[in-house]
Design a protein around this ligand. Structure first.
Ligand code: PLP
Length: 444
């Protein structure tokens, strides 16, 4: 039985919006789907396009809508704040800013205490690297292959996915260690007999390609754009031990993994038993309002002595949205829900791999960030990335009213990340659509 649901005729509004986008936006601003959808309104996990088609949103605007579209409590906080005061810049303390900074200090692991607020993950990572350099007096940074840090020159230089890098490295002193990518081990080893050699290799990287003294190691807990590459449990303890031995600090990028996304914990790194020296966050912090934060220990925070501002950083409206979002995440125990719903999602993905053993090479992720890596033929050992099939499944899910994501260096990773308050019936509905979409796409 077909469950194709998005068959409304294309309206003039949709046509005109696509046309204006083509005409007036940078052509490189990528859009999902052969025929991009013009989204106009959302409520909870349901979102509608300009033609009246309804979708179940399992991507949340790239892991950003944490508590559902048009969440009433978040919206009420935004309306109340915008009616009072919408902008002052970081030059003046405001109530929403200090409330948020105090919350972040309470929720963050270890001794992380003092925050700088900005408008994006890129700026949060920029701030983190600057603090690491000032604190250590060193400048070299170890980042990871398959990592993504954003759009500034520094963030682009930290990024190690060529498809997202229009220019060669512009900032010197960044060295990329091999990724903890077990499915495609860069060292051709197998976990656990590998002894987590990828983490140990950081020592050789530092000793051979740097001055021997580094400022820090910047890593995502789970590599998002890289395709939800999930390091083995021992990875960070080994990697960070080496980094500290050579004078560096650990910058943990929680832009995708923060705020309960990984299930059971507030931060992804808490699954690994390592305390960061600096942590960055954005995306899910404010349910879609633009906000990024960098939090550090007091000693590291004190190392920035020059004057610093951000015009839009710590915008009171975005901070009010963040305070309301975090209150909901805590009061409703959404990390717990992410763990429970993530388990159902993962079981569904494992079952899917059993149904399509040739196409689905790997299932990975934590909590409500789960991915499938699609290959030519896993059963015969042909792990060539299957981008064509990924695109086909992607279009089939859209036809059936489900929004998901895709990523990876080769564009062959299918990924899902619904709002943290997703229900069991939503997860079951999404799994049924994904199953049907794999069949319709000809997966084997
Ligand atoms: C892990 C990670 N860090 C940093 C960024 C940059 O964030 P933004 O797009 O808000 O600048 C992203 C964006 O996708 C990200 O995934």
């Amino acid at each position: 039985m077909s469950t194709i649901r998005t068959q409304a005729p294309t309206s003039e509004l949709t046509r005109a919006t696509r046309e204006k986008h083509r005409e007036f936006m940078l052509p490189a601003t990528i859009q999902y789907y052969e025929e991009p959808i013009v989204l106009t309104e959302g409520k909870g996990l349901r979102i509608r396009d300009a033609d009246g088609n309804e979708y179940l949103d399992f991507f949340g605007g790239i892991l950003t809508v944490s508590v559902g579209h048009a969440n009433e409590k978040v919206n009420a906080a935004v309306v109340a704040q915008i009616s009072r005061l919408s902008h002052v810049s970081t030059l003046y303390p405001t109530l929403p800013v200090v409330e948020l900074a105090e919350k972040l200090a309470r929720l963050s692991p270890g001794r992380l205490q003092q925050s700088f607020l900005a408008s994006s993950g890129t700026e949060a990572d920029e701030t983190a690297v600057m603090l690491a350099q000032l604190h250590t007096g060193a400048s070299e940074i170890v980042a990871l292959r398959h990592g993504y840090s954003g759009r500034s020159m520094l963030a682009q230089s930290l990024t190690a996915v060529s498809t997202w890098r229009p220019l060669p490295t512009q900032i010197p002193g960044i060295k990329h260690a091999v990724a903890p990518y077990c499915y495609r081990c860069p060292l051709k080893l197998t976990y656990p007999s590998c002894g987590v050699a990828c983490a140990k290799d950081i020592e050789e990287l530092i000793r051979t390609t740097t001055s021997g003294r580094i400022a820090g190691f910047l890593a995502e807990t789970i590599q998002g754009v890289g395709g939800f590459i999930t390091p083995p449990p021992e990875y960070f303890e080994i990697a960070v031990g080496i980094v500290r031995k050579y004078g560096g600090v650990f910058i943990c990028d929680e832009v995708q993994t923060g705020f309960g996304r990984t299930g059971g914990k507030f931060w992804g790194i808490e699954h690994y038993g390592v305390e960061p020296d600096i942590m960055t966050m954005a995306k899910g912090i404010a349910n879609g309002l633009p906000l990024g934060a960098c939090i550090a220990t007091p000693e590291i925070a004190a190392s920035l002595k020059a004057l610093t501002i951000s015009t839009f950083g710590g915008n009171p409206v975005a901070c009010a949205a963040a305070n309301a979002t975090i209150d909901i995440i805590e009061k409703e125990d959404l990390p717990g829900n992410a763990e429970r719903m993530g388990r159902i999602l993962r079981a569904g993905f494992d079952e899917l791999r059993g149904r399509f053993p040739r196409t689905i090479g790997d299932v990975r992720g934590m909590g409500l960030m789960q991915a499938l890596e699609l290959v030519e033929d896993e059963t015969s050992g042909n792990r060539a990335p299957n981008k064509v099939m990924t695109n086909r499944v992607f279009e089939e899910t859209k036809k059936r009213g489900l929004l998901v994501g895709k990523s990876g260096l080769e564009g062959n990773v299918f990924r899902v990340a619904p709002a943290l308050n997703v229900s069991r019936s939503d997860v079951e509905e999404a799994l049924a659509i994904i199953r049907e979409s794999f069949t319709a796409a000809g997966a084997r």
